[in-house]
Structures are given as C-alpha cells and as structure tokens.
Ligand binder design. Structure first.
Ligand code: ATP
Length: 194
C-alpha cells in the first residue's frame, strides 16, 4: 500500500488546541491522505530539564486526537535511538515503508529553525514540507532551497503554546480555553506543571 503521509512530530507537553487546529489544516490541504503524529521521547532542541513521562504525554495525545479521521499516533521514535533526530525517523520509514510519499509537517516557528536540524538537506531530499502559520513567526529569513520544498497550508493561526500552558498551570490560571477537556483532566490527575 502506498500513500501520501504527513509526519507531524512534537513533544506535545502538553498537546493543545494549536496542535489540533494545525493537524486539521494539514489534513484539509489535499496534499496528504493521512497524518501520522510522531510523539518524540527526547527532542534534540529542547533543553528543559524535566519533561512529562512519555506514557502520560501519549495518553494526552490519544485523548486530544481521538475521532479525527485519517490521523494516527505513532510511537516509532520511542523505539529508535535517542535523541530523536527527524532525519533518523525518516530514514527508518523510507527503509521499512518505502512506497509511501512523506511530507514533514510543522508550524512556522519550526520552519524558521529548520536549517539547524541535523542533516536537514537530507530531510528535504526525502520529503517536502507542509507548514502552518504560527502567530509571531515569519519565514522571511528562510533560505530559498528550503522554501522551494515548502507548501504553506491554509490555516487560521492560533496563539497557543505548550510552554504558555505550563506557565499558566504553574500560576494557577485556567487553561480550559486552550486545551481539550479530556487533556485538562489528565493534567489535573497527574498534577503536571504545578
Ligand atoms: P513549546 O511551547 O514547549 O516550545 P509547542 O507549543 O511549540 O511547545 P511542540 O510539541 O514543540 O509544541 O510543537 C510540535 C509542532 O507543532 C511544531 O512543529 C510546532 O511548530 C507546531 N506548533 C505548536 N503550536 C503551534 C501553533 N499554535 N501554531 C502553529 N504551529 C504550532
């Protein structure tokens, strides 16, 4: 079976409405048939000392994305060596599921930093990029060779971030307008970010 697969990687600590909204915009783009959400166990670019355990981030992700057609959550990166370089995941998929066409999906802040990703040129050879706008971000400094492999999807930007949510929880401010109710329940049950 071959398909056009969007790969949407993230730490999702926690998953929030911005992630759900860009996932829907990727799926509506007509460029992909399916979106695979890749939960990253150990991202190379994040320096925060404490990170919510993988299994709890996975539980939140499953609750947030349940019922969205053509979307599945993949734990491939948890099986691969750490840190979780995207190029390694793409090599793995190309080797094991070579008939698919892969699109790497990200927000505009990630596009702005894409030239710092390990072997980003190899990623560009293997995948085109699907990018959703993010408030406060721009792609004006992104190199042409990256932009030539980039598609911008129609998307209404949403000003939400995981770091902002962690700060709000720590300050005792409600996050119910930014995170699905089922995810708020997990945050409360596990006493995350407080
Ligand atoms: P943090 O605030 O901890 O940096 P985050 O909110 O950016 O986290 P990640 O899990 O790091 O969340 O993001 C995964 C992917 O989702 C990245 O490609 C990021 O660009 C994208 N993304 C996250 N939030 C948004 C948003 N509000 N709009 C557009 N893209 C987003």
């Amino acid at each position: 079976m071959s398909g056009r697969i969007g790969l949407f990687g993230g730490t999702f600590d926690p998953v929030h409405n911005g992630h759900i909204s860009i996932a829907q915009s990727f799926l509506q783009s007509d460029l992909i048939d399916e979106l695979w959400v890749l939960l990253t166990p150990y991202p190379p670019h994040k320096t925060r000392e404490f990170q919510t355990p993988y299994e709890i981030r996975l539980e939140m992700l499953e609750k947030a994305f349940s019922g969205i057609s053509n979307l599945s959550i993949k734990t491939i990166e948890n099986e691969l060596p750490k840190p979780s370089y995207s190029v390694q995941t793409i090599r793995y998929l190309k080797e094991h599921l070579p008939d698919n066409t892969y699109f790497y999906c990200m927000g505009e802040d990630s596009l702005a930093k894409f030239h710092t990703w390990k072997y980003y040129e190899e990623i560009l050879e293997e995948c085109e990029l699907l990018v959703a706008q993010r408030p406060g971000e721009t792609h004006k400094d992104v190199e042409d060779k990256i932009l030539q492999r980039t598609h911008f999807v129609d998307h209404t930007p949403l000003d939400v971030s995981s770091s902002g949510i962690r700060e709000k929880v720590a300050a005792g401010i409600s996050i119910t307008d930014r995170v699905p109710e089922e995810v708020v329940k997990v945050i409360e049950k596990e006493q995350l970010y407080s």
